[in-house]
Design a protein around this ligand. Sequence first.
Ligand SMILES: Cc1ncc(COP(=O)(O)O)c(C=O)c1O
Length: 308
Amino acid sequence: MNQKNLLNVIGNTPIIKLNKIVPVDAAEVWVKLEGLNPTGSYKDRLAMSILQNALERGDVQTGQRVVEYTGGSTGTSLAFVSAILGLEFTAVFSNAFAKAKQQSMEAFGAEVVVINSPGGKITPELIQKMKNKAYELAEQPNTFYADQFNSPDIKNGYESLGVEIASQLENKADVLCAAVGTGGALMGTYSGMVSSGMDPKLIALEPLQSPLLTTGEGGAHRVEGIGLGFEPPFLDKEKVDEMRAIDEEDAFEMCRLLAKEEGILGGGSTGLNVCAAIEIAKEIGPGKRVVTLNCDNGLKYLGGYIYS
Ligand SMILES: Cc1ncc(COP(=O)(O)O)c(C=O)c1O
């Protein structure tokens, strides 16, 4: 299919039913393959929504700079969309995240400012340092702060994900579960499903090692993109039916199983999502459907602790 612009190939990802790793006496588990977006992550939807809307509103102009602090997935998507739209991009990043993410941002022409994490772990203190640096850079002239933790364009950018799921599953799903960083993907997807006439039970997930939602206290963990140690800004707790914590070791084990058995190579958050989805599928039993997200492609994690 010919496309005028690479932005047109964002979204419309396939959804597949897990065939081998879900017990027969459990509900079906369906996984939306967001790793097949151009940069290998659902964040492409977010970046396109933020930057196209900012350009349309005149909040940023071609040639100007966009700034964000990022674990690398959002940054790679912002770098990619910025390259296409003729914007400069500066990412505030850390060595706590996969090196390949820094390399992909740089490949798309971004400037990457690295904040050191002494133990290589993601901690609430590290996130605060990254945020401070991004705020400082955003003060400079001709600079637009993408604001992935507040921008109203984020939830809207993920609505398409839910609309696609509704159409692909003919409006039949009982549960939507996914891990939250900002909560944008989960809430946007849910909203798209609801606006298409669905009413799934909504379950938000987090790493057991940083159980802020389930116990009130965050901690150090290694699941990139989620468990940020502060209240997820887009998580609408009124709409959430349940919050669950999943052990990161089980999530990483699930990543390896998913690749070997189902051919899905994902990152840690995908493993965590599928762990929870199978747990829920066992609880609710046959004849029902659980939907979850393959947040990103696992290629960028190959040199790290999940696959080695
Ligand atoms: C790999 C990965 N998974 C999950 C998430 C969480 O997505 P959200 O911030 O929309 O909750 C992120 C966000 O950075 C991510 O990079």
